[in-house]
Design a protein around this ligand. Sequence first.
Ligand code: URP
Ligand code: ZN
Ligand code: ZN
Length: 517
Amino acid sequence: MAEPRFSRSWRIIGYRSSMDSSFRIQHVDLFCVLFLLFIRSSISVSNEIPGFCAVGYGESECGPSSSSKLLIKGGTVVNADRQEVADVYIEDGIIVSVQPNIKVGDDVTVLDATGKYVMPGGIDPHTHLEMEFMGTETIDDFFSGQAAALSGGTTMHIDFVIPVNGSLSAGFEAYAKKAKKSCMDYGFHMAITKWDEYVEREMEIMVKEKGINSFKFFLAYKGSLMINDELLLKGMKACKSLGALAMVHAENGDAVAEGQKKMIELGITGPEGHVLSRPPVLEGEATGRAIRLASFVNTPLYVVHVMSIDAMEEIAKARKAGQRVIGEPVVSGLVLDDSGLWDPDFTIAAKYVMSPPIRKQGHNKALQAALSTGLLQLVGTDHCTFNSTQKALGIDDFRKIPNGVNGIEERMHLVWDTMVESGKISVTDYVQITSTECARIFNIYPRKGAILAGSDADIIILNPNSSFQITAETHHSRTDTNVYEGRRGKGKVEVTIAGGRVVWKDGELKVLPGTGR
Ligand code: URP
Ligand code: ZN
Ligand code: ZN
């Protein structure tokens, strides 16, 4: 049944109180509040996002700016291979022309980008929206997570479909449904969690009919998502024959289970037990093993969330030997260290729990260096958010703390500040590692990941002289904590354009569910 017209017109505007995730609503009168209450009671829970105006304001006010013609004037347009001062003209969601001094008529909305960078919107290769995991479900869905992404300059992400009872098609259907509320473009990878002839057949259907070209194998999470080497080999062979890309979560799950048992026996039940039970050596072992098996099968390999020197060095060694291995660090691994996990306040420590764990100081700097020299290729987030109540599932036992941290909103700013502002990489490198490389690897370039005539108008305007500050008080994710709480830095995404629509400008987010593809 079609949703009522008013429930599809949302605007995130305003600011949140940190604990109850409720935004205060601006510009609404008493009638609006009453009407709003009526609307909230008539929509599905999954569409409830704090901070909106759904109140009889038509799409032009509540939804994204809907002018189909846009000119971005006078900015420095940056692609992965070059930068130039030019204008960008957009019609109906597509870039029509990139050149200096484009003349347009009065019907075109003009954005002045003088002194600013005009870059492809970020593409996050690694997210988990609305994922059932560890006895709960990630709190950001395809609307709230994407709204957060857009406010931080990311205009596309690739999420991981988790099969339903091992069924890929059931998993695909479930995620296609979840993604209906999308407000930006997205793609899917798919996890492989068991093996039989149906799975092999379904992999082919996913590749040939559903456009999925990457499959993830979990070498950890024993008893749930983890698979053994026999299955990994079968899965890699299937990827090879289908021309799909094999991806691994590389930790030795058997050894992790052993490490966890040891911690509990020692009476270590707090979040620090998470770090102690799964040291870098277990990440290095699994990374090396997966790389060798990929070499044996002779198929490319993509290692997700590279968190340690141990794993990074395995990737670097294989690449040097000529093997096609791609390494994806995530923002948390690049900019944080494990100190937060030792905080005596459980809520603070638990928010940092993710796998592989955030490592000791030193691993982050080494991963930054590997990224700047090309040993690692692109940056993801592994955005996988749980609120404090969900994290408290593990208050007496770190093994039950849902694993995952935020990052989809923060990635573009933190990578700019850590890598470009610090002088480690160039602005073109920045475009490469936050957007273009991902588009190339997953076959969406040059439709995405480039500012070229014919590409989708997914664009950000970044002011290098402006600054950002991160806090759960103002972020757009539904979670009540932020692992980057209090961070400040240079470089601010002032405008985000998704599919030709201005969705983020002047600190205001205007998004509509159902506009993403
Ligand atoms: O802790 C994490 N990384 N949670 C998300 C699931 C995964 O392993 O990617
Ligand atoms: Zn993983
Ligand atoms: Zn992940």
